[in-house]
Write a protein that binds this ligand. Structure first.
Ligand SMILES: C[S@@+](CC[C@H](N)C(=O)[O-])C[C@H]1O[C@@H](n2cnc3c(N)ncnc32)[C@H](O)[C@@H]1O
Length: 261
């Protein structure tokens, strides 16, 4: 069967199986599969709720390739707003940056590849950490990878701390789509109110930011008020909100000023 016929056949199957972007996904599957049987098998797995990105084993973020698969969050295009924000802050300077809860390394690697910053990435999960290290190598990026927990103490200080942490309230996770629930629970669960990580970042991690430095975090579309209140409560200055391309509040940035050195 020629590729166009196969693509149409798979697109029909995906559409009947309830997949929204059936044509786009069919094209991706047919380009990836080596045989018709493999393409049909991938389509069946896709219909059963497996994310397309896990089936293909890779995904693009900020124009760069990333290995993805079970055990690591699929990088979202919304998160490119955090990278744009970081690059705007860094400019041409050689700033010291850490990406907390780094997952696949999407944010850390995109920042390292597009700036002169000295970038560190910290991730707790064993599975995600393996993807992080492989992605650093795949992209030929210079990123110092640390396997660690953001709730532990940390010795270094930074000019810029970045994070797209888990931010979904625990009770909301059950109601997410089957597809999102294939992603690691640990990448999603932000605690009872979804704010556990923001509380830690704006309090403990603020002490790891150099004077004049910044904290920039990704937030859920409805977390602007609660997270900016944490920034205010912990004494950040110049708190700013950046919207994503869909117009949702997506990133909050705060500055540390007047810290004794
Ligand atoms: C929402 S995902 C974001 C991944 C990546 N930064 C991105 O934007 O695609 C959150 C990440 O935090 C990691 N994580 C969860 N708890 C953690 C902890 N206590 N310390 C460090 N990383 C943690 C998860 O394993 C997951 O990779």
């Amino acid at each position: 069967m020629v590729n166009t016929e196969l693509t149409l056949k798979i697109a029909r199957l995906l559409k009947e199986g309830g997949i929204e972007s059936a044509r786009f996904e069919a094209k991706q599957i047919v380009e990836f599969a080596k045989t018709e049987d493999q393409a049909l098998l991938l389509a069946a797995k896709r219909i059963s709720g497996e994310p397309l990105q896990y089936l293909l084993g890779f995904w693009e973020f900020y124009g760069l390739p990333f290995y993805v698969g079970e055990g690591v969050l699929i990088p979202r295009s919304d998160t490119e707003t955090l990278v744009d924000t970081a690059l705007g802050i860094i400019g041409n300077a050689k700033k010291k940056v850490i990406d907390l809860c780094s997952g696949s390394g999407a944010v850390a690697i995109a920042v390292a590849k597009n700036s002169e910053a000295n970038v560190t990435a910290l991730e707790k999960s064993d599975e995600a950490f393996r993807f992080l290290e492989k992605n650093v190598e795949l992209n030929g990026a210079t990123v110092n990878c640390i396997k660690g927990d953001v709730f532990d103490e940390h010795a270094e200080t930074y000019d810029l701390i970045l994070s797209n942490p888990p931010y979904i309230p625990t009770k909301v996770i059950d109601g997410l789509s089957a597809e999102v629930k294939k992603e690691p629970y640990m990448a999603l669960d932000g605690g009872e109110d979804g704010l556990d990580f923001y509380k830690r970042l704006t309090s403990y991690w603020k002490t790891c930011i150099n004077d004049g430095g910044h904290l920039a975090v990704e937030i859920g579309y409805d977390q602007r008020e609660s997270v900016s209140a944490l920034f205010e409560h912990n004494g950040f200055s110049d708190i700013k909100i950046h919207k994503d391309l869909s117009g949702n509040d997506r990133v909050i940035v705060g500055t540390v000023k007047g810290k004794a050195t």
